[in-house]
Each structure stands twice: as structure tokens, then as C-alpha cells.
Design a protein around this ligand. Structure first.
Ligand SMILES: Nc1nc2c(ncn2[C@@H]2O[C@@H]3COP(=O)(O)O[C@H]4[C@@H](O)[C@H](n5cnc6c(=O)[nH]c(N)nc65)O[C@@H]4COP(=O)(O)O[C@H]3[C@H]2O)c(=O)[nH]1
Length: 514
């Protein structure tokens, strides 16, 4: 629900922003199109106007020189179809086709100065609709240029601009479109387009649609403006492929966020709940690191180690959760389940090798738990060579621990000190508790052959074990040189990667049956 709400909110905002952005871009594009067309028309009008300005030199008798000049202008400029001269009484006396006898009656020239347009008209000679640009000379004669409709049509061709509603060249004074492509309509309740120099008009038009129109006057003939209008709902047109992509993105974000939130939730669970849940889901499992007889290379036992097949993080080693489990007390449930699992797992091997050694890691909290001690005593019925390893970093309280260890010893369970030599309590344990076995820490084994501070300690530990009549197991044996030295010193039970890493049950069985 939170994921859906958040995604919908973010996507709604993003969609709104993109829509507004796309719309503004579409408006700017339309303005660019208008300005480009206006600039094209303006260029053409300027050429025509230059022609008209220089028409002061035209001879009014249509002599061959003037005719030649007019024809050359028409020929050179595809926007012009004809140049004509009208006398002050309104008679067309001459055009680029020749002298007219008798002259043709038209309207008398306006006395207004500057460039003007009129039309559309049908040309007498070509019988084509045309648009007229004209100037009146100081002597009252009008010189005009007929521009064919098809030229304007080409200029205002909006077919390339999809979904354009109309393009029109409009007379700013009368509001009449003198040339039109598409379905013309005005902003509602307006007689004319408000055609100042350049502007955008947006709103309801009298055809009932909401439109955006951009207007720009033609600089060389400001009496005319170009207007291009688009229906508002056509400004932003989402291609279906973008719609689909947007939809897919939305669903992925929704799914992703849901996943994250669920897993974040999981992470938020207290470590205790997580570990208990892992136990219930059987995500915790035993691995077995073989204890090897260095002489025969046979597997004589295993140390039971724990792993967590975490649904998200993969297989986790004890360092990731055992310290936490020891703090919150769940180590008790873990350890009881571990012993029970080991009994099940190893039953076959124990049948074949009744003296097979099985060693568990135990701490002070476990020793203080009657449930755990009972579990161990129960396990002893299945595992005849059962060992518990106490780490000397764990400070055990004297009296109570001694009682429990004595009880275990009486039941035939062997007591070992793990990582011997790395803590402060090793010697004290040796004095106070019924210790049978010392596991030489891997840091001492690693010092074999090296000249380090630990090197003499290993020899001393071995000597001491011999004198006190304690068994020895070497941990962390990684090289043959280490194995050889240990053997030469009479340490024959080895545990380490030289032989095996911790194995899952099927691998252990496989190795045992080799
Ligand atoms: N570099 C190197 N490492 C080697 C070699 N041979 C064995 N090891 C590693 O040394 C550790 C031996 O166990 P540990 O001293 O009891 O030390 C154990 C033990 O103190 C604790 N632990 C493991 N499983 C349990 C458990 O089920 N219960 C309790 N309470 N503690 C456990 O976590 C510690 C670490 O266990 P792991 O990560 O399984 O690491 C294991 C083992 O994989 C070697 O040749 N080279």
C-alpha cells in the first residue's frame, strides 16, 4: 500500500511535470515554425518590394526595354507570376506580357504610400487565383506584382506539422484570412485575432475546441499576420511506445519498492526474532570439519560448526550471528537444535565408527542451562566420543562451572579448551576444571617455520600438555610443513584446510566412504 501510494504520487508528479514540459516545448516548437514561415514569406515580400521600389524607372509606354526588364524580373523570381502598371484612372495599361490595347479597366490606385496588398484576384491572362502586392508611384501610377496562390500555398504548407488545426495569413485590420489552410476559427467572442507583433493566444475558440495559436506579423507588410493554431489536446501526443515504457517503469518501481520495503521490514526485525525465525525455517545448519589422524590421513571425528543459509545474504558464517545470539540468549536454542541435528546427521557414521569423535562449541551461558546440559547428556547416549570445547576467552565462573563440568566428565564427555593460548584464562582453566584436551590455536600453528613471537609458545604448549598429560589437537593446519612439524612433536590429530574445510553432511559422508 505504501509502495503503491509512493509510486503513484511520484509518477503523478513526474507525469504532470513531463506533460507541462512537453506542452511548453510543443508551444515553443509551434512558435518556431511560425517564425520560420514568416521569415520565408518576408524574404520573398522584400524581394518583391525592392522590385516595386525600382519600378519608378519603368516607362509608361511599355517600350521593349521596360517589357524586357519586367519579364526578366518575373523569370528570375518564381514567387511573381506577372508585373502590371495601372494608370491613375484605374486602367491596366501594360504588364509583363506586353502592352494592352485597349487597356483593361481595374480599380483606381490608392493614394497611399508604401507597400500594400490586395486580393485574392483572378489574373486576366493566366486565369489563376493570385495575391497582389502593390505600390503607388509619385506620378499616381500603380505598379503591382501578382503572386500566384500556389506559391502561398507552398509557403503555408502545414502538412509536415502534424495535427495543426489551421494556418492562415490574416489581414490585421479586417480580420479576414486572405489565405487559409485548415479549419479557421477565432478565439471565442472575438471578431478579430488580437494581432500585435508577436503573441500566443490560448483558450476556447468558436469551434468549441481549446486551442493554442501563435501569431506573428510579416515585418515587410505588417498589415498581414501569420497564424498557426493547434488543438490543445493535440499539442502533446504520447506515442504508445512511451506510454508502454512509462507503464512498465511504473510497475517496476512499484514492485522494486515493495520488495525493498518488505526486506527493510525484515531487516528491522530484532536479531533475536530473525534468529528464532531462521531456526523455525530450518535456515541454520551444521557443517562438520574433519579431525584427521595425521599418520593414517583418516577422518577420526568432526568439529560441529554452525552456518546460516540466509534468504537474502546467502550462507553466513558464525561470525555474523553467533556473537549476537550469545548476547540475546538465542544461542541456547541454536545449540540445542544443533546437537539434535548432529545426532540425526551422524547416526550412520556413528554406527560404522562408534569411536567417531564429535566436538561442540560451548560457552558459559550454555553450561548454565539445564536444558542444554540435559541435551548433551542425552547426546552422549548416541555419541560415545563426545567433546565440548570451551573457549578460554569466555570467562567462566568457577564454582558452578566446575560442578557442571564434573557432571559431564562423569558422564564420559571430554572437555577441551579451544584456541588454547589466546586468552588469559587457559592456565586457570587447567587448574580449576577437569580438562582433557587442548586445541592449539591456529595462530600458533601458523607460526611454525616462521620467526615470530608465537613460535616458542607452540613448543611450550606442547611440552606443557605432555607434562600435564593432556591430549592435543592442532587447529588451522594449512601446510604440509606445519603438519610434519606437529607430527614430529607427537601432535597427531589435526584439523585444518590442508586436509578439509568444514563440510556439509553429504560431502562428509562422501569423504568418509572413499
Ligand atoms: N584460516 C583457517 N581457518 C580454519 C582452518 N581450519 C579451520 N578453520 C576455521 O577455524 C574455525 C574453527 O572453529 P573454532 O576455533 O571453534 O571457532 C569457531 C567457534 O568459536 C564459533 N562457532 C562456530 N560454530 C559454532 C557453534 O555452533 N556454536 C558456537 N557457540 N560457536 C560456534 O565460531 C568460530 C569460527 O567458526 P568458523 O568460521 O566456522 O571457523 C572455523 C573453521 O572454519 C584453517 O586451516 N585455516
Amino acid at each position: 500500500m505504501i509502495a503503491w501510494l509512493s509510486c503513484s504520487f511520484v509518477f503523478s508528479i513526474a507525469t504532470l511535470f513531463s506533460y507541462v514540459h512537453l506542452k511548453e516545448t510543443a508551444k515553443a516548437n509551434l512558435a518556431t515554425v511560425v517564425n520560420r514561415i514568416v521569415s520565408d514569406i518576408d524574404k520573398e515580400f522584400t524581394v518583391v518590394d525592392d522590385t516595386l521600389k525600382y519600378a519608378v524607372d519603368l516607362s509608361l509606354n511599355c517600350d521593349p526595354h521596360s517589357l524586357h526588364h519586367m519579364r526578366r524580373l518575373v523569370f528570375e523570381n518564381p514567387g511573381m507570376s506577372e508585373i502590371g502598371v495601372i494608370d491613375p484612372k484605374g486602367k491596366l495599361i501594360c504588364n509583363s506580357f506586353g502592352r494592352l490595347t485597349p487597356p483593361v479597366n481595374t480599380s483606381a490606385p490608392l493614394k497611399q504610400s508604401g507597400l500594400r496588398y490586395y486580393g485574392p484576384i483572378i489574373t486576366d491572362y493566366l486565369e489563376l487565383p493570385a495575391f497582389v502586392l502593390a505600390r503607388t508611384r509619385d506620378d499616381g501610377y500603380e505598379v503591382n506584382v501578382l503572386m500566384p496562390d500556389h506559391w502561398l500555398k507552398r509557403m503555408l504548407d502545414i502538412s509536415a506539422h502534424h495535427d495543426t488545426n489551421f494556418a492562415a495569413l490574416v489581414d490585421n485590420t479586417t480580420g479576414v484570412p486572405i489565405f487559409l489552410n485548415g479549419n479557421y476559427s477565432l478565439p471565442i467572442r472575438q471578431k478579430l485575432f488580437p494581432a500585435k507583433n508577436r503573441q500566443a493566444v490560448e483558450g476556447h475558440f468558436d469551434d468549441g475546441a481549446v486551442k493554442f495559436a501563435y501569431i506573428s506579423a510579416i515585418p515587410s507588410l505588417p498589415q498581414l499576420s501569420l497564424i498557426i493554431a493547434k488543438n490543445d489536446d493535440r499539442l502533446v501526443k504520447m506515442e504508445w511506445i512511451w506510454g508502454l515504457l512509462w507503464g512498465v517503469l511504473y510497475c517496476c518501481s512499484w514492485g522494486g519498492l515493495t520488495f525493498l520495503l518488505i526486506n527493510y521490514d525484515k531487516r528491522q526485525l530484532s536479531s533475536k526474532t530473525q534468529i528464532l525465525r531462521a531456526l523455525a525455517n530450518e535456515e541454520l545448519f551444521n557443517v562438520y570439519q574433519p579431525l584427521v589422524c595425521a599418520q593414517s590421513k583418516s577422518i577420526v571425528g568432526v568439529e560441529v560448526l554452525i552456518r546460516w543459509r540466509h534468504p537474502l545474504e546467502g550462507v553466513l558464517g558464525p561470525a555474523y550471528f553467533v556473537p549476537e545470539a550469545e548476547r540475546d540468549g538465542t544461542i541456547l536454542d541454536i545449540s540445542i537444535a544443533q546437537v539434535e541435528e548432529a545426532i540425526r546427521d551422524l547416526s550412520e557414521i556413528l554406527l560404522q565408527q562408534p569411536k567417531f569423535k564429535v566436538s561442540f562449541n560451548v560457552n558459559g551461558l550454555l553450561l548454565g542451562s539445564k536444558r542444554y546440559i540435559d541435551t548433551l547428556l542425552g547426546a552422549k547416549k548416541h555419541i560415545s566420543s563426545l567433546t565440548i570445547e570451551l573457549t578460554e576467552r569466555d570467562v567462566l565462573t568457577q564454582a558452578q562451572t566446575k560442578t557442571v563440568l564434573n557432571e559431564l566428565k562423569r558422564a564420559g564427555i571430554e572437555i577441551a579448551i579451544d584456541d588454547f593460548g589466546t586468552g588469559y584464562s587457559g592456565l586457570q582453566y587447567l587448574q580449576s576444571f577437569p580438562i582433557d584436551l587442548l586445541k592449539i590455536d591456529q595462530s600458533f600453528v601458523a607460526s611454525i617455520g616462521l620467526d615470530t613471537l608465537q613460535s616458542p609458545v607452540l613448543a611450550a604448549v606442547i611440552d606443557m600438555a605432555e607434562k600435564l598429560d593432556k591430549k592435543l589437537i592442532a587447529e588451522g593446519v594449512e601446510t604440509q610443513a606445519q603438519a610434519d612439524y606437529l607430527q614430529s612433536r607427537g601432535v597427531n590429530i589435526h584439523q585444518g584446510w590442508l586436509y578439509y574445510q568444514a563440510l556439509e553432511l553429504p560431502q562428509l559422508k562422501h569423504e568418509m566412504n572413499k
